[in-house]
Design a binder for this molecule. Structure first.
Ligand SMILES: [Zn+2]
Ligand SMILES: [Zn+2]
Length: 343
């Protein structure tokens, strides 16, 4: 049996267009001790391939983290399949606000050490002793409490384009870094303040809240289902939206617009802008914010150097890259000396 994706992204995109059917973009996760991740992975692949599911799914000994798209007409079957897996019965499915039939173009189910790369040694604390889950309305109430410190658990390039008003946004490249910074900042308030946290879909807060409780924080709360579920509740239940800007997501859409506010700026000219692009020089591929006029002027590149390289014939670009295979890794995501407006 064929257990790996064979179609190219382009072939898949054509198939989706031809089918002309609506697809839902969904994410979910569950911490659970899976005995044999490889067997579980193969079974998922077989089931989901049949349902024409596409996406990026991580399976590990600690659970599952899935971001995927499923044809709307297969959703019921997909959900029924999940409910047959004991630890996924009634798991909360985050359904994307914005519609995009091509949010994913391949089905990739991977076995990993962890379902989120968190840089933590799990043996040191109890990952099941998590904070209190809050619904959108409860979250708003706590956010308004002067005794609350609200923290964004995402990385800098995510919180840059959208966040809750008044939230602390650690300027970090990794989840692990943010934990230390937050603990240091709040070390004198472990008992008297409410530590209120949020992330994209809730998964990072599961780990973070357990970590902070282990570190002695007494009042730890987290937004259930993250920004995605919060937004769904504000729309369907009329709860006031306190999130400004866009929610960064990890599929082809890159972000969902939540409010009309543009809270970031073009990294090249400083104009208000919240469009992420990847530098068009394949050897660079830097993720940064670029406005339309800079994109035209720079051919969607981050620098003159990249613009020159990207304009060369492909063969020449390849020769240039030889021996510098990892040149794109010298840049951190969303940061570079060449960007005037990204300190
Ligand atoms: Zn610009
Ligand atoms: Zn570049």
């Amino acid at each position: 049996m064929q257990l790996y994706n064979k179609l190219s992204a382009k072939e898949r995109a054509e198939l989706i267009d031809k089918a002309g059917k609506d697809r839902l973009t969904i994410s979910f996760y569950q911490y659970y001790k899976i005995k044999d991740p490889q067997v579980f992975r193969d079974q998922l692949y077989i089931n989901w391939d049949k349902l024409d599911v596409l996406g990026r799914i991580y399976v590990s000994f600690e659970g599952i983290n899935a971001q995927l798209s499923v044809p709307a007409e297969n959703f019921k079957t997909f959900k029924a399949d999940l409910d047959c897996i004991s630890f996924l019965e009634n798991v909360r499915l985050n359904v994307a606000v914005e519609h995009d039939n091509k949010s994913f173009l391949k089905l990739k189910v991977k076995v990993r050490d962890k379902i989120v790369s968190d840089g933590l040694n799990d043996d040191t604390f109890d990952v099941t002793d998590i904070g209190v889950h809050l619904k959108a309305e409860e979250f708003n109430e706590m956010l308004a409490d002067p005794n609350t410190v609200c923290v964004d658990m995402r990385n800098h390039y995510e919180s840059e384009i959208g966040h809750f008003k008044g939230a602390i946004r650690p300027d970090v490249d990794t989840f692990r870094d943010s934990l230390d910074i937050i603990e240091e900042d709040l070390k004198n308030h472990k008992e008297d303040k409410n530590l209120l946290m949020y992330c994209t879909g809730g998964i990072r807060c599961e780990k973070a809240s357990a970590y902070f409780k282990h570190k002695g924080f007494k009042n730890v709360f987290q937004l259930e289902g993250g920004i995605i579920e919060y937004t769904r509740q504000t729309k369907s239940e009329g709860v006031e939206n306190k999130f400004i800007g866009k929610n960064f997501v990890f599929d082809h859409r890159r972000a969902e617009r939540i409010s009309d506010d543009v809270v970031s700026q073009c990294h090249q000219c400083g104009e208000p802008c919240d469009e992420h692009v990847n530098c068009d020089n394949e050897a660079c591929h830097l993720l940064f914010i670029q406005c339309k006029s800079c994109s035209e002027k720079m051919n969607t590149c981050c620098s003159d150097t990249c613009k020159n390289i990207a304009s060369l014939p492909f063969v020449e670009q390849k020769t240039l890259r030889k021996g510098k295979g990892n040149s794109n890794k010298i840049f951190k995501k969303g940061r570079s000396e060449v960007l005037k407006f990204k300190k």
